[in-house]
Design a protein around this ligand. Structure first.
Ligand code: TXA
Ligand code: MG
Length: 350
């Protein structure tokens, strides 16, 4: 089992020793826990893929502590974009940018793509770790591939603890869903690759450009969408014929609990766990009830989603998890969160 340590100067030093030896650690961020390794080390990155049993074609997100690290990784218009980045980062937002040809980055990180996804996490512990390490850390979510993402140190311990020496405990993840991913290879035509908790409005305003969604997806203020899946490659994709998934949405089964998920349920059967959402939530309907947000707040529901699924998934004797129908949201930011939640649930139910 891994040792779980809070972020402090000693544990960060220990983490850096492991990272410098091409070892792997797990660490808390504001979105989900990451499984981190030296982004410049082939050995470290190969270990991450092996530990997660992750398909090699699925690239990793590189985590940075400052824009100097970004400059060493990406070939981008820093004069135009740095002011935008300073408004959005640190935050739950990963940006796909062109990879610099001389970047000190393992080719395994990007799965051979000529772009790289980068994020500056909004978590003091994670930032302190990266500042101490002094180099970018590549980190997918710290769960076995396809399974539920971890939002606390115990989730990581349960899923990957036997393969790890150290988990840096950053507490419960505030956002609770993986970062929003935007393809910014063309800053005039930003494209959404994965929904998360980050406000699209804020980024659009900062960029002065509209973020495009795949044709199957529509977000309006009332939170209606034809489908939450940003799956199809957009016409201006830099890799339209690439065999690699340039969008994480192409992995259809993901974020999956062991129990079957039944979506849009009016009520649970007598043997089902019940994942509800405030208002008329009735805990007596199920042997295993869980209310994602008594006040019907999608920020709270997003923060609780993986915690709830991890919890319900280990209850014995239930046949599955019935999930309530989520009502329309009241404004665009809540609508985005609602769709991000539906995206995870739909993929988990495939
Ligand atoms: O919140 C997060 O993003 C967390 C924490 C640890 O930061 N990380 C995370 O990583 O969710 P992961 O591996 O579970 O998801 C990363 C996604 C993958 O689905 C991958 O397809 C996409 O990012 N990705 C990485 N590089 C990309 C690229 N160059 N172009 C398009 N998508 C990319
Ligand atoms: Mg993941």
């Amino acid at each position: 089992m891994a040792i779980i340590q809070p972020y402090n100067p000693q544990s960060i030093k220990q983490a850096c020793t492991i990272l410098n030896g091409a070892g792997i650690i797990a660490f808390g961020t504001e979105t989900v826990y990451g499984l981190g390794g030296d982004a410049g080390s082939d050995k470290a990155i190969a270990s991450i893929f092996q530990m997660k049993a992750r398909p090699q074609f699925n690239p990793l997100i590189v985590h940075i502590a400052n824009l100097a690290m970004l400059d060493q990784l990406c070939d981008y218009d820093s004069k135009r974009l740095n002011p935008v980045l300073m408004q959005c980062w640190p935050g739950a937002l990963s940006l796909v940018l062109p990879l610099k040809s001389n970047a000190k980055l393992s080719k395994l990180v990007t799965a051979g793509l000529d772009t790289v996804a980068v994020r500056m996490p909004n978590h003091q512990g994670a930032l302190a770790l990266m500042n101490a390490f002094g180099k970018p850390i590549a980190a997918p979510s710290a769960n076995p591939s396809g399974k539920l993402s971890p939002t606390c140190a115990d989730h990581v311990q349960a899923g990957l603890g036997e393969k790890l020496d150290l988990i840096l405990d950053g507490g419960a993840c505030h956002a609770g869903l993986e970062s929003t991913i935007i393809d910014l290879t063309d800053p005039d035509s930003p494209h959404l690759l994965r929904l998360g908790t980050h406000s699209l409005k804020q980024l659009q305003q900062a960029l002065g450009a509209k973020i495009t969604l795949s044709h199957s997806m529509k977000i309006d203020d009332a939170g209606d969408a034809a489908s939450p899946h940003p799956t199809s490659p957009h016409p201006t994709s830099p890799h339209p014929t690439s065999p690699h998934p340039t969008s994480p949405g192409q992995l259809l089964r993901h974020y999956a609990p062991s129990l079957p998920l039944r979506l849009d349920a009016a009520a649970p059967t007598s043997s089902e766990a019940w994942l509800g959402f405030g208002a008329d939530f009735n805990a007596n309907l199920s042997p295993a009830p869980y209310d994602l947000s008594p006040n019907q707040d999608y920020v709270e529901a997003a923060a609780n989603l993986f915690k709830a699924l991890h919890y319900l998934d280990q209850i014995e004797g239930v046949s599955g998890i019935a999930v309530t129908k989520f009502p329309k949201a009241q404004n665009e930011d809540q609508a985005i969160l609602r769709l991000a939640i539906l995206d995870r649930l739909e993929r988990g139910s495939n």
